[in-house]
Design a protein around this ligand. Structure first.
Ligand code: ADP
Ligand code: MG
Length: 247
């Protein structure tokens, strides 16, 4: 079996007396979509934040792309290829779709020093940006200001910006949230293709999307992983059915 790209071992994070994540060990293999499901407050976002470097774990380790990154800053993890989407703050609302993706490309390769206005006209950069925009299903929207995009288009812009970072891993926290049925099914198709670029750790409440996409599912309840398995295994798991699927 191929080496996992991401491994967490015994991650724990408490807020006061509450263990938001408790002994969480999971891994993400190349090419897979690993879904993380569980009731509200189970610790899913806290786990994603620990992996992204936004919250330091109290104990446990995180390995990514062959390195121990447990104490690395979020920016260093991003440079290693960890793409965290659904970070509204990363989208500049008054810039166009094309400009946002170009800036994301430049930030990846040149850091803040590259942020001069003329990069927005650099043909090589705009051509590369257009490819990412197309892969994210936003062709034709290049000149639209980000602030004028619909909710679903905005999600696609975030994905185009993540693609510009040459990601080795996508961390997605509830990407379907706020999308209608049609938007969710479009995004499901898009994510399905993204796994070829990089594996996805997908936190999602939309079970249609999870069952359609996930190669494996981990179920988090009160901060603990109570089960990990394929869609069929998780659907057949009696403990999961009572704890989460409400059957
Ligand atoms: P989920 O994403 O699964 O809904 P969260 O990771 O957001 O769950 O939260 C897990 C638990 O940790 C919840 O009980 C939540 O109230 C608590 N929590 C999350 N972040 C904080 C914080 N910064 N301070 C205190 N408690 C927090
Ligand atoms: Mg959450």
């Amino acid at each position: 079996m191929t080496e996992p790209i991401l491994t967490t071992r015994s991650l724990r994070k408490s807020f006061g007396a509450l263990a938001a994540t408790d002994d969480v060990s999971l891994d993400l293999r190349p090419g897979e979509i690993h879904a993380l499901i569980g009731p509200n407050g189970a610790g899913k976002s806290t786990l994603i934040k620990q992996i992204a470097g936004e919250i330091a774990p109290d104990s446990g380790t995180i390995h990514f792309a062959g390195q121990d990154i447990t104490t690395k800053h979020a920016a260093a993890r991003a440079r290693l290829g960890m793409a965290r989407t659904y970070q509204i703050s990363s989208v500049a609302p008054d810039f166009t779709v094309l400009q946002n993706v170009v800036l994301s490309l430049v930030a990846r390769h040149h850091g803040a020093f590259g942020l001069f206005r003329n990069v927005l006209k650099d043909r090589r950069l705009t051509d590369a940006a257009r490819e990412h925009i197309a892969r994210a299903g936003l062709s034709g929207r290049e000149r639209q200001r980000a602030t004028d995009l619909s909710h679903g288009e905005r999600r696609r812009l975030e994905i185009a910006m993540a693609l510009a970072q040459s990601p080795k891993l996508f961390l997605l926290d509830e990407p379907m949230a706020g999308l209608g049925t049609e938007g969710a099914s479009e995004l499901t198709g898009l994510l399905d293709g993204l796994r070829q670029q990089a594996p996805i750790l997908l936190v999602e409440h939309d079970m249609d999307a999870v069952f359609a996409l996930a190669d494996r599912i981990s179920v988090l309840v009160y901060g603990r992983v109570i089960a990990t398995g394929t869609v069929a295994e998780i659907r057949a798991n009696a403990e999961v059915r009572t704890a989460y699927l409400g059957e």
